[in-house]
Design a binder for this molecule. Structure first.
Ligand code: NAP
Length: 222
């Protein structure tokens, strides 16, 4: 399976590294063009391309860019693609987005609306980039960390679940995309290392209007 990655920052690079180690073919991209990624791609052992090339390359496409920039993506490129939405909403970076502040939509809902012909699955947003690199374990390992996913397309969720498992993590299905707020920023399941049972409890505990204190999820001990 081939993975195209839009966004080659902390999370895009971590994911590319991990996927290459699991023998996936990977193409990374950013906003400035593949010539700015030559060295990084060489180090990782993947290809680099334009955003259009990376999207076209991927059987699965990961969008890992600042949330405010998702509206810069050209929707037609994503027709029929399985898209992993790894993005989070940080108002100090993204500006205030009223429909998120008022809990009328989710971050994935915004992406799915912008890319109506894509099959969007929320995944890989609720883990720090460094943990993605360090916390993966083979299937069946004791206390294996679990990651949440959400989406509306059953087949797309199966593909993404298999990928997440191959990357070293158990998967907990949090339901349709409309439930993906349960593992957005500042919810109990956000970026806290949990096994499957702990993650199911954390998802159930989430309250739509309640946020954990800013930054409380940044350390493993929190
Ligand atoms: N960092 C983490 O631990 C982490 C964990 C989970 C989820 N996330 C989420 O993942 C997203 C990316 O985070 P990050 O920390 O990786 O950010 P980052 O290090 O700032 O990297 C952002 C990347 O996105 C690219 N980009 C920006 N706008 C683009 C566009 N319109 N088209 C193509 N590429 C574009 C940038 O390319 P240029 O440099 O060329 O502009 C850069 O490669 C955010 O939504 C973040 O909340 C982050």
């Amino acid at each position: 399976m081939r993975i195209g990655i839009v966004g080659s920052g902390f999370i895009g690079k971590s994911l590319a590294n991990l996927a290459v180690k699991q023998s996936y073919q990977v193409m990374i991209s950013n906003s400035r063009g593949p010539e700015t990624l030559t060295g990084i791609a060489y180090e990782i052992g993947c290809q680099s391309g334009t955003v259009e090339e990376a999207v076209s390359f991927g059987d699965v496409v990961v969008v890992a860019i600042p949330l405010k920039n998702i509206f810069q993506l050209t929707p037609e490129m994503f027709e029929g693609k399985i898209v992993i939405d790894a993005n989070n909403y940080y108002p100090h970076r993204d500006g205030q987005i009223a429909e998120l502040d008022e809990h009328r939509n989710t971050t994935s809902g915004l992406l799915a609306r912008h890319l109506p012909q894509a099959k969007v699955v929320k995944a890989l947003n609720a883990i720090l980039a460094k943990d993605l690199t360090e916390d993966g374990r083979p299937s069946g390992a004791p206390e294996r960390r679990a990651l949440p996913i959400a989406g509306d397309d059953k087949q797309a969720k199966e593909v993404v679940s298999h990928l997440v498992d191959q990357l070293g993590f158990d998967v907990v299905d949090a339901g349709p995309l409309s439930e993906s707020w349960r593992f957005e920023r500042a919810k109990p399941a956000y970026c806290i290392p949990l096994d499957p049972g702990g993650l199911i409890s954390a998802l159930a505990k989430a309250e739509r209007t309640v946020e954990l204190p800013d930054g409380s999820w940044r350390t493993k001990s929190s």
